[in-house]
Ligand binder design. Structure first.
Ligand SMILES: Cc1ncc(COP(=O)(O)O)c(C=O)c1O
Length: 364
């Protein structure tokens, strides 16, 4: 007999196969390939972080439990909050999962703009819980009025806003997010995913930590995987009111690697200069790419993060496969944006290779 538990398991297995097939490009990648597919930073961690990691490697026989309180305090200080407002995760993925576990359920849907980052909807669907997807507005922002309306109608557990949004690189303006935080139905929580916030210029996309400070039922995801160049180290956190942190905490998986902790601390000690320099580097390369698109008459969504979506006018699954064949791996297709190619902003030479390859394929 197919019990409910087995049925959900079957659904989850089918889903993950479909997701894997969708993410992977069918062609084997040639040597010297350029990876512009998952929005990583083109350089590694800052030198100070590398030195800090080298130093702690020989002490990695220990869990270093004693260091985690001060790590939370340092993260909290970076967003002007208290240590009790922070939950550290193995990348922001882990604490995103914790939020789904704590606030989404069979009668409490996960509500998100669409297309957007898929991890939350995927976990929710794998658990057999409802997901509500609301199309982005015409300027590719989260439609906050509709998100709030759906939360009221369905008894939403969690509203998810990715800002800047992955895959579109567009932003939802601070006043819209503030309106949403102030108009949540009584049982609904707001999760703002700021994985790419360091690439935006404040106050264009004001950070949502201010809403946590003012006591709203808001949680903010941050990661060291993007601008800090530490995707392989797995360091992220969620900032939230202390009572919400306590609800998410039981779903965490112990502590993270001390190597990642020391790397993140060293980067935080470098202060805002590191962020400004890295943001400026990406902004220059991105401006060069948008200028090239305009010259080649390619439309694109105005980018605010370290990636952008270009309208190629062609089926992006076929075009992406052809690009892989030319040694450039782009982002996977994001239906229903079937002609839009998501490209990570890499190093200058990598972008030159991308432009040559795309130019050849589109004969432009
Ligand atoms: C919007 C968004 N949130 C979260 C993540 C997860 O990042 P990590 O777990 O490396 O912090 C990603 C990764 O690509 C992302 O694009």
């Amino acid at each position: 007999m197919l019990t409910r538990r087995k049925f959900v398991g079957v659904l989850a297995a089918g889903l993950s196969e479909a997701v894997l097939a969708q993410r992977a490009w069918p062609t084997a990648t040639p040597p010297g390939v350029v990876w512009l597919n998952v929005n990583e930073y083109p350089e590694g961690p800052p030198q100070a972080s590398i030195a800090a990691m080298m130093k702690v490697l020989s002490e990695s026989n220990r869990y270093h439990y004693g260091e985690f309180a001060s790590f939370s305090a340092a993260l909290a200080a970076s967003v002007n909050l208290e240590a009790g407002n922070i939950l550290v995760g193995s990348g922001s993925s882990e604490v995103l999962h914790c939020a789904v576990e704590a606030f989404v359920g069979p009668t409490r849907p996960f509500i998100t703009g669409w297309p957007s980052y898929e991890a939350g909807p995927e976990l929710t669907a794998a658990k057999g819980y409802p997901v509500v997807k609301i199309p982005l507005t015409s300027d590719h922002a989260s439609d906050v009025k509709r998100l709030a309306g759906e939360a009221t109608r369905t008894g939403g557990g969690l509203i998810y806003v990715c800002n800047p949004n992955n895959p579109t690189s567009s932003i939802t303006r601070a006043e819209e997010i503030r309106w949403l935080a102030e108009n949540l139905p009584p049982e609904t929580y707001l999760l703002v995913d700021e994985a790419y916030i360091h690439f935006t210029e404040p106050p264009e996309a004001e950070r949502a930590a201010g809403l946590v400070r003012s006591g709203k039922r808001v949680m903010v995801l941050r990661t060291f995987s993007k601008l800090y160049g530490m995707a392989g180290l797995r360091v992220g956190f969620v900032a939230a009111p202390a009572d919400l942190i306590l609800r998410m905490k039981p779903f965490r998986n112990n502590v993270i690697s001390i190597v990642g902790v020391r790397a993140a601390l060293a980067a935080l000690e470098m202060g805002p200069d590191l962020i400004r320099e890295r943001r400026a580097m990406i902004a220059r390369t991105r401006a060069d790419l948008t200028q090239w698109c305009r010259m080649k008459k390619l439309k694109y969504i105005e980018p605010h993060a370290n990636f952008m979506m270009i309208d190629t006018g062609r089926n992006v699954r076929e075009l992406g496969t052809a690009l892989v064949g030319k040694g450039v791996v782009p982002g996977r297709p994001f239906p229903p944006y079937d002609t839009m190619l998501r490209i990570t902003i890499g190093a200058g030479g990598e972008m030159a290779k991308f432009k040559t390859a795309l130019g050849e394929l589109l004969s432009i």
